[in-house]
Design a protein around this ligand. Structure first.
Ligand code: SAH
Length: 339
């Protein structure tokens, strides 16, 4: 069986005859949530029977769902092998977020992130990335409000380390005949894979960019995020400065606040200096603690002090609310408590 989620519309036009068949199926699956080919009444009967024999158009049943007291839901989405992908639905008034994974595990080994502890198991295919969105979308929304969400590629894995599959998934989600998500509702977050970031900058359609910084000097960042030894801060920020932005568009910088490591006013000043001249907004993420991590969350006072220093330097800075902590759905916690 082939999963429909793995294919772009132009690919279907080649695989299926007549060439408009792919467009019909795309509309049925992504816009009408058809669950069977039988329901696609714009297709001739023999075609429906034939397609049903070789194509899967339903997401695989969720392996497990964890429900947080704050409404956040974490999904273990089954894959064709026995691995699992993790996705999170974060409800908010008028602006739901679906956080999806690009890999099972991650190769980057950031020292404050649990996913980093398990290493990289494998890349997700484009279809497996799209399927996470479809699963979380249909479980939380109705057909009428089916597009009331943004997507963030902030789950497990480094999206730019799985470049081709991630970009293909983005094209499928963006297709106007399908889910039709506009690029300003998709955010790709990277720890700073430079060659791939430059490739992204040259794409015809480009999602919003988020950079995980967490360390305002190379000395600190080398330890916290080993990828910095390969692509140091100056090179990363140079690439960000060259990244094409639309009018009023900004780059998000994620900065994890670690007690006594990244939370001093001096760190905040160094961060403000780095971002000078970049249309930037900083998301401060107080560490989500875990026994397996050798770091602590700063006090609320330290968090506020850090934010105030940034704001005093004209850097917009927001403290990310902690969502889904009780179900290990918060940033850096995916891959915990699986059973
Ligand atoms: N690899 C990509 C995508 C993952 S995004 C990237 O690094 O951008 C996941 C975000 O969660 C990153 O910004 C990371 O800095 C943050 N994070 C990781 N571990 C965390 C933890 N324990 N507490 C809070 N945030 C964490």
């Amino acid at each position: 069986m082939r999963a429909i989620f793995d294919f772009e519309r132009p690919e279907l036009a080649v695989l299926l005859a007549p060439s408009y068949r792919g467009t019909q199926i795309f509309k049925s699956v992504y816009q009408r949530w058809a669950q069977t080919f039988e329901a696609m009444t714009d297709l001739p009967k023999p075609a429906r029977t034939e397609l049903a024999e070789s194509w899967r158009i339903e997401p695989l049943p969720v392996h497990r769902r964890f429900d947080s007291a704050d409404g956040t839901r974490r999904y273990l989405v089954p894959l064709e092998d026995s691995e699992l992908a993790e996705a999170v639905f974060i409800p908010e008034n008028h602006r739901n977020t679906i956080c999806i994974s690009s890999q099972v595990g991650c190769a980057l080994a950031c020292t404050f992130c649990l996913t980093g502890k398990i290493g990289l198991k494998r890349n997700l295919t484009a279809g497996e990335i799209v399927e996470q969105v479809v699963t979380a979308q249909r479980d939380n929304l109705s057909l009428q409000d089916r597009d009331s969400f943004n997507i963030v590629l902030m789950g497990m894995g480094e999206p730019l380390h799985n470049y081709d599959n991630v970009m293909k998934a983005i094209r499928i989600l963006h297709d106007p005949e399908g889910m039709n998500l506009s690029m300003n509702r998709i955010t790709l977050s990277t720890a700073g894979m430079l060659p791939a970031l430059e490739r992204l900058a040259a794409e015809p359609v480009i999602p919003n960019l988020a950079i995980s910084l967490t360390g305002a000097t190379n000395k600190k960042r080398d330890v916290l995020m080993p990828i910095n030894r390969k692509y140091p801060i100056e090179q990363l920020l140079d690439a960000v400065r060259r990244f094409p932005l639309k009018h009023r568009q900004r780059v998000t910088f994620e900065y994890v606040l670690l007690k006594d490591v990244t939370d001093s006013p001096e760190d905040a000043r160094a961060l403000a200096r780095l971002l000078a001249g970049i249309p930037a907004k900083v998301n401060l993420i107080p560490l989500n603690e875990s026994e397996e991590l050798n770091y602590k969350r700063p006090s609320d006072a330290a968090i506020e002090r850090f934010q105030n220093v940034l704001v005093a330097h004209n850097v917009s800075a927001f403290v990310r609310k902690n969502r889904g902590n009780d179900i290990s759905a918060a940033c850096g916690q995916l891959m915990k408590k699986w059973a």
